[in-house]
Design a protein around this ligand. Structure first.
Ligand code: IDP
Ligand code: MG
Length: 156
């Protein structure tokens, strides 16, 4: 099982898409193990996006991500990091495939609704940036017996 960090960006919150986007992840079978609304500080945005610090779009990205509240989610599931990236679609809304979150809900290349960790290392780092100890909750989910096949001794 993996846990990944998802951010519903300010455009998702402003456009009233918190529920619709969260539903995409839930319907897939991902388990919500952390969820909160927050306003990202300049320091946190800089730390989160430090790998992009030299990119031309970086100042605008930090301005966007700190402009209005976001919703952060910790999502758990088998292969959750790649599963979520696939559900999100390609970075640019104008290019993202239909059927994906970015492909279905947006057309902008920078206001692209959602962030998702792109590797296990990034997920660990980003979860610890956005969630304090105790804010990500492990709990047994009643539907897991049907979301996953555990009848053969392993969960698949
Ligand atoms: P990702 O969010 O799909 O992982 P990254 O390349 O990590 O994409 O870029 C981080 C964020 O920066 C994107 O989600 C998008 O909001 C913004 N961004 C990336 N490339 C561009 C660009 O060329 N122009 C404007 N914004 C960009
Ligand atoms: Mg990225």
């Amino acid at each position: 099982m993996e846990t990944t960090l998802i951010i519903l960006k300010p455009d998702a919150v402003q456009r009233g898409l918190i529920g619709s986007i969260t539903s995409r992840f839930e319907q897939k079978g991902l388990q919500v193990v952390g969820m909160k609304m927050m306003k990202i500080s300049g320091e946190l945005a800089a730390e989160h996006y430090k790998d992009h610090a030299t990119k031309p779009f970086y100042p605008g990205l930090v301005r966007f991500m700190t402009s209005e509240p976001v919703v952060v989610l910790a999502l758990r599931g088998l292969g959750a990091i790649a599963v979520c990236r696939n559900l999100m679609g390609a970075t640019f809304g104008s290019k993202a495939a239909a059927g994906t979150i970015r492909g279905d809900f947006g057309i902008s290349n920078s206001f692209n609704l959602v962030h998702g960790s792109d590797s296990p290392e990034a997920a660990t780092r980003e979860l610890s940036l956005f969630f304090k100890t105790g804010e990500v909750l492990g709990y047994a989910r009643a539907t897991d017996a049907w979301v996953y096949d555990s009848t053969g001794g392993k969960t698949e």
